[in-house]
Design a protein around this ligand. Structure first.
Ligand SMILES: *[C@@H]1O[C@H](CO)[C@@H](O)[C@H](O)[C@H]1NC(C)=O
Ligand SMILES: *[C@@H]1O[C@H](CO)[C@@H](O)[C@H](O)[C@H]1NC(C)=O
Ligand SMILES: *[C@@H]1O[C@H](CO)[C@@H](O)[C@H](O)[C@H]1NC(C)=O
Ligand SMILES: *[C@@H]1O[C@H](CO)[C@@H](O)[C@H](O)[C@H]1NC(C)=O
Length: 362
């Protein structure tokens, strides 16, 4: 079994040094200069004896039915530092790191992203699938947060079409992860979530006490047909879920053509504004109340907080398997700025960015 990374006391001193280094590095956040970011090579991780044979490392892997878990993520230059840390966290905490296959979706700088992943993770079995952003651009109406309007943010709705089917439907099931997550538990456990009913397409932690009112506009709620959405069909309790961590059954997704259902809501949104926030509301409209529940430990979300007021979030009560810095602030930006939130130090050990201050991994 790989050892769980617990922060020894000496680590805290190193972290302090790191924080100071980040501040000194004064990273320039321009998009093009981000392409000059260089990343360290991640350590190699090995399967435990109980795992199947390792997948062959490849930067152009075809879907392997031998993979124990297929992970889908988007890649872009701006969030690459987060993605690299997320990948490292998956590998570090699973019993079978050589049986995890990654499926990345990217819409620009594909060669740079490919080369960067290949050099930091030379033992990874992965492939990058190019995503044509103009495919969804026509559906996107401006949301209140510009970052959520990036076409790549919508790629999670197209995994059924982007990922291969290789004739035998491989991959049948994927775990979709956002770029601002860190796993501290074995992804095999998450991937093994049961989707009990034959029409259950996805699983995610859900929050049935959440009030959905604020996610949709008054014109949505005042329209009798639209507001019926959450009470139609089998007793549908409109539970909130976050789309940053999802287990998706691609066969069932394809069978029900859920991409088209999501696009229908996006088309309606263009004609009459029914929600404010990017790609999440159409997912809620199609799936809320119809998903398999995953333990809340698998998406401790909201840790990004709000970087304007300097608001830091705390963990939700209960155990933690996955930390998610959703929200405006990102841990790497706050670490660079020398103003980290307390939980941001949990992200730092997974950072692969090469900084001018050489930091040796112990
Ligand atoms: C990377 O940095 C070099 C030198 O600082 C510069 O000439 C080049 O334009 C930069 N490349 C990008 C993509 O920003
Ligand atoms: C990524 O790099 C590998 C190896 O150089 C290459 O075979 C593959 O086609 C590249 N992927 C993309 C999407 O360009
Ligand atoms: C949900 O929030 C709205 C305001 O956003 C409030 O008017 C409404 O009473 C709340 N509903 C419940 C069930 O708490
Ligand atoms: C805060 O957010 C703004 C806008 O998203 C961004 O430009 C800025 O770099 C962020 N600052 C920090 C310290 O994260």
């Amino acid at each position: 079994m790989p050892t769980m990374a617990s922060p020894p006391a000496s680590c805290l001193a190193q972290l302090l040094v790191l924080v100071i280094c980040f501040a000194a590095a004064a990273a320039d956040n321009e998009d093009s200069s981000l392409k000059n970011q260089t990343f360290r090579e991640a350590p190699q991780f090995y399967n435990s004896p109980s795992c199947p044979a390792a997948l062959r490392p490849s930067a152009a892997a075809s879907c392997s039915p031998d993979a124990l878990v297929h992970v889908a993520m988007t890649l872009d230059v701006v969030y690459l530092r987060g993605s690299m840390a997320a990948i490292l966290s998956v590998l570090r905490h699973t019993a079978c790191p050589q049986s995890v296959q990654f499926h990345f979706v990217a819409s620009s700088a594909v060669d740079y992203l490919n080369a960067t992943i290949a050099s930091s993770f030379p033992y990874l079995s992965y492939r990058i699938y190019p995503f044509d952003g103009s495919r969804v651009a026509g559906f996107i109406s401006t949301s209140i947060r510009a970052a959520l309007d990036s076409p790549l943010n919508y790629a999670r709705s197209y995994l059924d079409r982007l990922l291969p089917t290789d004739g035998d439907g491989c991959p049948r099931r994927v775990v979709y992860l956002d770029s601002d997550v860190i796993l501290v538990d074995d992804i095999l456990t998450l991937a093994a979530t049961r989707l009990p009913e034959t029409d259950t397409v996805l699983a995610a932690p859900e929050y049935c006490n959440a009030n959905l009112t604020a996610y949709f506009t008054p014109s949505f709620w005042s329209n009798p047909v639209l507001s019926m959405t959450f009470s139609q069909g089998r007793h549908r309790q409109p539970c909130y879920f976050n789309t940053g961590v999802m287990v998706i059954d691609l066969d069932r997704w394809r069978a029900g053509d859920y991409t088209e259902r999501i696009e229908e809501w996006m088309e309606l949104q263009k004609r009459m504004r029914i929600y404010e926030l990017g790609s999440l509301p159409p997912f809620l409209l199609v799936f809320a109340g119809r998903i398999a529940a995953v333990d809340h430990r698998w998406n401790q979300h909201g840790l990004g907080g709000d970087n304007y007021s300097g608001l830091c979030r705390e963990l939700h009560p209960g155990p933690v398997s996955l930390l998610h810095w959703s929200g405006k602030g990102k841990p790497w930006a706050r670490l660079d700025a020398g103003r980290p939130c307390p939980l941001d130090v949990l992200w730092a050990p997974y950072d692969l960015l090469q900084t001018p201050c050489a930091f040796e991994d112990s």
